[in-house]
Design a protein around this ligand. Sequence first.
Ligand SMILES: [Zn+2]
Length: 116
Amino acid sequence: MKLIRQRDVIREVVDAFARSFAQHMDNVDIFPDGETPRAKLGRLMALDLETCEAAAVDAIVGNDSWTRVECDECVNAAVAAGSYTMPKHEEVVEFSRGEKSVRVCGGCMASALKKF
Ligand SMILES: [Zn+2]
């Protein structure tokens, strides 16, 4: 179990982005602005991920999905409710087992504890 903050998510952006688009680096049809993932990756790699604002990453990729700290339970609830706005958190706790992991916010942790 480990605490995940936004800086942790930002630090992972370059690796996660590279993994996600590894097979499509030169595709101009992925992002609405027509910029290739390779070009965006280059701009992400030019950022100082220890100090940059999330907004700098968001501006490159075109949304906040790569910097948002998400609670899997809250996301599930938002999706089930038909919402397109995903809840954001300052921090979450990540539980993992092998390759699988789940991230949970304090509010959902408190709700979970009430079930005991
Ligand atoms: Zn939650």
